[in-house]
Design a protein around this ligand. Structure first.
Ligand SMILES: Cc1ncc(COP(=O)(O)O)c(C=O)c1O
Length: 407
């Protein structure tokens, strides 16, 4: 279990004082704790792959080299970021439902580890490009199951979906991909749901993956080198959200994974757990300073130096069905609390970080910490809207603080 963010207040206050706000702060100790927990619960079966989309800061990617063996990228821009952070192209998998031809060509020339194919058309294009380059491109095929259990914040399958190859047509499509002369089919990939806080939903989903992997590997007689499980592990964002019990998942899924590994076809298969938010989400906090305090028609309104422009997800505009306040506190605490609305500086009423949240009395200069903010933060927010300053990004390792803002 990670310590509460209020424990980090002295560090957060020092970071805001030294570098200013608005800022994202990432604490590496918290990522290390998460990686250790994941390895304790799942390391017997899985290697971890970090999904760059959730936080692609180059310095963070570089730091992560000591914590995870693989990265999953979803654009050639992310491939370049990973390489500039010191990663080898061969340790990357490249997902994405609409990769451009130029992206596939660059992935081939850089030697990206596995291109994750999401359609037959993509397979045909990659086969042609690999043939022209005189190489065999290593690929995984992403399958889209026909069912995702209840209990995920976002479903990428189980209904019409842009992602992967529907299992209903995979028996026809897979043999055609496997027969392409310039592709080496290394395995299969499924990512069908995310942000689940329910161990039973995750276990049920991984069992669906196992069934599909068994079925389709047998169909094309493939002894896969790799099978990628899209984790779906979620993190609490709101007051009252329960913490996900990963040890309960591990206890429930263990026999299924052992049985799979015991089959000759999968004896030397590497199982990979692909995840983003669960590794880094709760290691990041967003700091915004109070600029004005206003009373309006019976409500107290706190106006801050960043809101939606810096943290779209916290304003409920990033895949949330019902807007609920993210967790937040006043850095340094305070005795009595009052109900306030917290807004950013944009000229739109949707720039609202919280409504009716209980916080200690706030005045200009005070700092509000908003979390979890390590995933889907600065690069998932409309930072250039209304041309306010871009968010700083700071890495804290022990008592060392580094400004890792993009140039
Ligand atoms: C293919 C794929 N991999 C990984 C992720 C990362 O998911 P999360 O950050 O929820 O773990 C996603 C999320 O959408 C995804 O689509």
């Amino acid at each position: 279990m990670l310590p509460p963010w209020t424990d980090a207040d002295p560090l957060l206050a020092a970071a805001a004082d030294r570098f200013g706000t608005p800022a994202y702060v990432y604490l590496t100790d918290r990522i290390t704790a998460r990686a250790e927990q994941l390895n304790a619960d799942f390391g017997r079966w899985f290697k971890l792959s970090y999904a760059v989309k959730c936080n692609p800061n180059v310095a963070l990617l570089s730091w992560l080299k000591g914590s995870v063996p693989y990265l999953d990228v979803s654009s050639i821009g992310e491939v370049r970021r990973a390489i500039s952070a010191g990663w080898s192209a061969s340790d990357l998998s490249f997902t994405g439902p609409a990769k451009r031809r130029a992206e596939l060509a660059e992935a081939v020339s850089l030697g990206v580890g596995d291109v994750v194919l999401e359609s037959l058309e993509e397979a045909l294009a990659l086969d042609e490009l690999a043939g022209a380059a005189g190489v065999k491109a290593h690929v995984l095929v992403r399958l889209s199951p026909d069912r995702v259990p209840k209990g995920f914040g976002d479903h990428m399958a189980g209904r019409p979906s842009p992602f992967g190859i529907d299992v209903e047509v995979a028996a026809d499509v897979l043999p055609r991909i496997a027969a392409l002369p310039n592709l080496h089919l290394a395995g299969l990939h499924i990512y069908s749901g995310t942000q689940s806080l329910k161990p039973e939903a995750i276990v049920e989903n991984w069992r669906i993956f196992i069934d599909q992997f068994r079925k389709f590997c047998s169909l094309i007689d493939l002894c896969p080198e790799r099978l990628v499980f899209g984790s779906g592990l979620g993190i609490p964002h709101h007051s009252g959200d329960q913490m996900l019990d990963t040890s309960a998942i591990s206890a429930a899924i263990g026999t299924d994974l052992e049985a799979l590994k015991a089959e000759p076809r999968f004896a030397s298969t590497e199982l990979v757990l692909e995840l983003g938010r669960y590794l880094v989400g709760e290691a990041g906090v967003f700091l915004t300073s109070v600029l004005r305090v206003k009373s309006s028609r019976g409500s107290k309104i706190i106006l801050c130096d960043a809101g939606m422009n810096g943290h779209l997800a916290a304003t409920g505009q990033f895949g949330m069905v019902l807007r609920r306040n993210y967790l937040m506190h006043r850095v340094g605490g305070g005795e009595t609390t009052e109900k306030v609305d917290v807004h950013g500086p944009l000229c739109t009423s949707i720039d609202r970080l919280a409504s009716g949240v209980e916080l200690p009395a706030l005045s200009p200069g005070d700092i509000i910490a908003v979390y979890p903010s390590g995933a889907y933060g600065p690069t998932a927010s409309p930072q250039s809207f209304i041309s306010h300053p871009v968010m700083r990004e700071l890495l804290i390792e022990g008592d060392q603080m580094t400004d890792i803002s993009p140039p």
